[in-house]
Design a protein around this ligand. Sequence first.
Ligand code: SAM
Length: 271
Amino acid sequence: MSENPTAPDSHVERALPAPRDRSEPMFPGGPVADPAGSHHERRIRSFRPRRGRVTPGQGEALRRLWPQWGLDIDGLSRIDLGELFATEAGPRPDLPVVLEIGFGMGEATAQMAAADPGTGILAADVHTPGQGNLLALAERNGLDTIRVANGDAIILLREMLAPASLSGLRVFFPDPWPKKRHHKRRLIQPEFIELAATRMKPGALLHCATDWEPYAEQMLEVLSASPAFDNSQPDGGYAPRPDFRPLTKFESQGLDKGHLVHDLIFRRNDT
Ligand SMILES: C[S@@+](CC[C@H](N)C(=O)[O-])C[C@H]1O[C@@H](n2cnc3c(N)ncnc32)[C@H](O)[C@@H]1O
């Protein structure tokens, strides 16, 4: 060992905590950070990093339930939905599957799954506390039709879901990106709708809701202009709020601010 006090001192380096490998899961066996890394081009980055605190209960649910019900969106393989929704009784190739993008804390997701046990919900978000919360809700309520996907739903659609595989798509209260220079980050725009259409079966419903009036107008414009979708409303306007959509956290915050909520329900046609 060197006696020279100015020589590089290897034990000092060893004493420093090793930087965390960002690809390592924060919860062993749980969702990984940024599962698709940078190897996939992202035209729209529709979410903001949300590093909310993970409660002990959410962390415990992530560690225990992720291997069974979680899926990292790494963009590397095609998903067999029948296998993904398999139970102890085996795969469920005939289960209709709806993709929900941006489930937040997952309360509405769990309620919709409980109300419709014949439909699988593939729930995608980047928000770790919400992922833990939804897994815990699914277990507590005995719901085996929810799978939680971690990462960018655009990569999930583009790289991992087969054409015409979804029986529905839900986008409830997507980030409104109110500043003009951020409008390009809104999820509902022609490029995304074109991609979504390819992954939906004919007859599948695309259901969006927002409390941000200018975004509602953009959604109506984009969806009405798409040749792949027909408005469920004969007058070509917004849909009345359906009873089956539970109140979401962001919706109640919007209502508290006096915002009007709009639902849009469009049907994938045969084109
Ligand atoms: C404003 S929150 C609404 C959450 C919930 N639907 C509600 O109404 O309470 C929007 C959510 O969408 C998620 N999100 C936005 N873009 C996404 C994307 N491309 N893939 C996955 N999640 C996304 C965000 O992380 C965020 O949790």
